[in-house]
Design a protein around this ligand. Structure first.
Ligand code: HDE
Length: 848
């Protein structure tokens, strides 16, 4: 909490106040003030007037439009007179603006002083009204001292209607929620039916504008826990001590698609974290990729217009595979690095719980001494990184457009909480100057070989929202939300973002008071002189809404450098002559070195996926010149990739490489960076929350299935019995199994692994169903682990699943278990699932 006392000037003010208070009873009023304040007419509760107070003072204070020449201390318990006397004393305690002089000069500019305050003798002079103590169920009691009750846990706004009757929004009980009010049973409906009209009017306005980008998202609550104090680098509240817990709300999103679009589109994923720190909200609004398409905010509207559905026919939805996107990016060679990421499997994550997150820009850490270093933020999932393959993503889009939302919800409901380690890359200005790239360029990473990522804490998402709209839809993230200890770099993309987020929220959330929406309000106290505006909730006490003031004792007072946010004065020393310019630093013109680095750091399977993604996307382009241009750009990043893509697009000859904007880029520090591969983060080996299909049909050997199911459940996986249709399935042993999914409602590509059953009759029944073959083919094609028990190997054969890998080696993801060996085979099966996928099976085009 802020201390009320400031420096020497303030002590003088307090002495002054003390002198004024001495000799009258006002100083003791605080303790003697009656619980119930007399009405404003000066009568106390017993109806007798306060006899001892001076009539002149009493008369003077009973009007609000003029005042006496001199206010006399009013003894005798006349509260209005006391209020006036104390107000006079409070104002007189600040005879001049004691911090005015400190508003000038460079030293003061970097170390602003705490504002002057004077303590009122009691709470009387700062009250809006003396009647504040006449509480009711509606008004509650007097505002608790120094507290902003609008800022409290979400409990204050949770509604539970269990056991409650239906009411209107005015709290009037509704007798009939089935019929509108009519003049006779068959007569016309009546305009006076306020119950119907309120209900329909509210319904008519249920939707708010969706976000212009990142419209489709899913959110969760959780906490951040600090590993060890980072105070050497930053005074930011979450990093102050080991074990410190800061509540968070996270929203994951796609970028291009509309609110109702599919989850598994090829796209960047938003990874936005709101830290409710005890020193205010800090929003780390990042993505699941560490770079971006553009280098300057000036180009953001162009980028978004290019990727969104084309304006004439509003197609395609949630897709970059169309003319305008590729037209734009192929004219913006700085996008090449980001295109590599977006064409990689990073753009089709398996789950929000298995993707990384990045702050993207360089930020600053600032410590107590005001010293600053640069920092880049990384979120690394404990479960490892794991993505879909394109064929799988496309199919999932149709069968379950809510695939990621469902996965996040189900993980949290089942206790398999998504967890991420927060890592930081910390570096100095001197280091930054040595790099071959510019750290203000959001199209560049800092390879981990140059600056290692240090883990500093973990984030656990352990609570689903109660209400999607109130929380996930209304949450408002903003890069401008920083706390003392975090500051910005001069990244021009970041600068634009600092403006954009608040601006967009004002129209999306209907005015400037969206910070008061419960999900957005901080847990740190909020006190300022901002007032009014649409949908204002706070009811500020008192008449002062300006600063400086003496009538509220200077409160809320300027916090000063000791506790307030102070901007780091020196941002990266300008190398050029200082001038107002529109332009970019030279190193920004190196458009390809890191695109090459990314591509060269991928495994062969990942490289093949990148090439296939470029091929697919560009094949959807209808203008050949745009394809040519893109391939000519790719030649500068990787000849091999450009050649492969060109072949896939039926280009007879490779177009010339695009001219370079920077003839001789600086020599890169590293040419390969293994952590850039998804394979570098296999995770903790757990198969928690993985969905596994156990196919069953009448005649299944139920015992072996039960053994596998139990083993998978014990690992925290989600095994589901899938049959030709849902319901009871008779086993070979004369028992029944209950299938809760069918081949039709849960197709094979929705599962992470597959168990095919033993039992000849079951195998025969499944073999007759065309869905089974698709199920097995998809599982195989997408590199999933398959366990075939006993007679089930016939199903693999029928589906055309090869027994070995394309190079003739055994396929470790294909486990054939003879009858009776299910219990042994399941351990190998689990290890296979933990590998996520078996890419060594892949060919292009696929064999199956
Ligand atoms: Fe955003 N971005 N952005 N962005 N962004 C928005 O804010 C913007 C950028 C990111 O779950 C908008 O509330 C500009 C980079 C996320 O609610 C808007 C520029 C990164 C989210 C906006 C960028 C992001 C947004 C739309 C270039 C990764 C979703 C609705 C200067 C570091 C947050 C909204 C959520 C949302 C502007 C570039 C991440 C319009 C002008 C780079 C995760 O204000």
């Amino acid at each position: 909490m802020l201390s009320q006392a400031g420096g020497n000037v303030l002590q003088v003010v307090f002495q002054c106040l003390g002198t004024l208070m001495a000799g009258n009873s006002a100083g003791s009023f605080l303790t003697t003030m009656p619980k119930t304040t007399p009405p404003a007419n000066g009568q106390n509760q017993s109806g007798k007037s306060a006899a001892k107070s001076s009539n002149a003072a009493k008369a003077a204070v009973r009007n609000t439009d003029s005042g006496p020449a001199r206010t006399r201390p009013a003894a005798g318990g006349d509260v209005l007179a006391e209020k006036m006397a104390q107000t006079e004393a409070l104002a007189a305690a600040m005879p001049f603006n004691a911090t005015k002089a400190a508003e000038h000069g460079f030293a003061n500019a970097t170390q602003p002083q705490q504002g002057a305050t004077a303590e009122p003798a009691s709470r009387l002079p700062t009250a809006s009204t003396l009647s504040e103590e006449n509480g009711t169920e509606k008004t509650g009691s007097v505002a608790p001292e120094g507290v902003n009750a609008a800022i409290e846990p979400l409990d204050r706004v949770r509604v539970d209607s269990s056991g409650q009757g239906l009411t209107t929004n005015q709290g009037v009980a509704v007798s009939d929620n089935q019929n509108s009010l009519k003049f006779g049973l068959r007569g016309p409906a009546l305009l006076e039916d306020f119950v119907l009209r309120e209900k329909v009017t509210h319904f008519d306005h249920e939707r708010i504008p969706e976000r212009i980008v990142h419209a489709r998202g899913s959110g969760a609550h959780g906490f951040f826990e600090c590993h060890a104090p980072l105070t050497q680098y930053t005074k930011a509240a979450p990093f102050k001590e080991a074990g410190k817990i800061t509540p968070v709300f996270v929203r994951f999103s796609t970028v291009a698609g509309e609110r109702g679009s599919k989850d598994t589109a090829r796209d960047v994923r938003g990874f936005a974290v709101k830290f409710y720190t005890d020193e205010g909200n800090w929003d780390l609004v990042g993505n699941n990729m560490p770079v971006f398409f553009i280098q300057d905010a000036m180009k953001f509207p162009d980028l978004v217009h290019a990727v969104k559905p084309e304006p004439h026919h509003q197609m395609p939805q949630a897709a970059s595979a169309h003319d305008t996107f590729w037209d734009f990016v192929s004219l913006m060679p700085e996008s090449t690095h980001m295109l590599m990421w977006v064409m990689s499997d990073r753009a089709i994550p398996r789950s929000f719980a298995t993707m990384q997150g990045f702050g993207v820009h360089s930020y600053r850490f600032v410590n107590d001494a005001g010293e600053s270093v640069f920092v880049k933020f990384h979120w690394n999932p404990t479960a490892g990184t794991h993505s879909l393959v394109w064929d799988e993503a496309v199919k999932i889009s149709g069968a379950d457009p809510d695939y990621h939302r469902r996965d996040l919800w189900e993980r949290i409901e089942s206790g398999a909480y998504p967890e991420y380690e927060l890592g930081v890359q910390i570096f100095t200005e001197a280091q930054a100057e040595q790099f071959s790239f510019d750290i203000l360029d959001a199209t560049k990473i800092i390879p981990e070989e140059l600056i290692p990522v240090q883990p500093v804490g973990r984030m656990v998402l352990n609570r689903n929202p109660d209400n999607f709209f109130a929380e996930t839809e209304q949450v408002a993230f903003c890069t401008a939300h920083v706390v003392p200890g975090i500051d910005f770099s001069n990244d021009p993309l970041l600068a634009g973002r600092i403006h954009s987020y608040v601006d967009t929220q004002i129209s999306r959330l209907g005015g400037p008071n969206f910070h008061e929406i419960p999900i957005n309000s901080p847990i740190a106290p909020v006190h300022n002189n901002q007032r009014d505006g649409m949908h204002r909730q706070a009811i500020p006490r008192g008449r002062v809404a300006y600063e400086p003031n003496s009538l509220a004792g200077g409160c809320p007072f300027q916090a000063g450098a000791a506790q307030g946010f102070v901007t780091v004065p020196a941002r990266l020393q300008a190398q050029e002559e200082q001038a107002k310019v529109r332009g970019k630093p030279e190193k920004f013109a190196d458009h390809y070195t890191q695109a090459t680095l990314f591509y060269e750091s991928q495994t062969p399977a990942e490289q093949a996926h990148i090439a296939a993604a470029f091929r697919f996307e560009l094949s959807k382009v209808t203008v050949p010149a745009i394809r040519q241009r893109t391939v000519s750009m790719l030649r500068n990043a990787s000849e091999a990739l450009a050649k492969k893509v060109a072949e896939g697009l039926g280009m007879d000859t490779l177009p010339d490489a695009m001219p370079l904007a920077l003839a001789q880029p600086a020599k890169p520090e590293v040419t390969v960076s293994p952590p850039l591969s998804l394979m570098a983060r296999p995770g903790d080996g757990s198969i928690k929350a993985r969905k596994i299909a156990l196919l069953v049909a009448p005649g299944v050997m139920g015992e072996s299935m039960a053994q596998v199911q139990a083993a998978l459940l014990a690992e925290g996986a989600v095994p589901r019995l899938v049959a030709p249709h849902i319901g009871s399935v008779a086993t070979a042993e004369g028992k029944t199994l209950d299938a809760d999914a069918s081949l039709e409602n849960e197709p094979g590509f929705l599962f992470d692994a597959l168990v095919l059953p033993d039992g000849q009759a079951a195998v025969d029944a499944l073999a007759k169903d065309g869905h089974t073959m698709e199920f097995i083919k998809d599982q195989y094609r997408h590199g999933k682990t398959i366990l075939a028990l006993g007679a089930a190997s016939a199903l693999l054969e029928k589906a055309g699943v090869p027994a070995t890998l394309p190079d003739g080696k055994p396929d470790v993801g294909l486990i054939i278990a003879p009858s009776g060996s299910a219990a042994d085979a399941v351990a190998t099966f689990i290890k296979g699932i933990a590998l996520h996928r078996h890419p060594e099976r892949e060919t292009d085009p696929p064999r199956v």
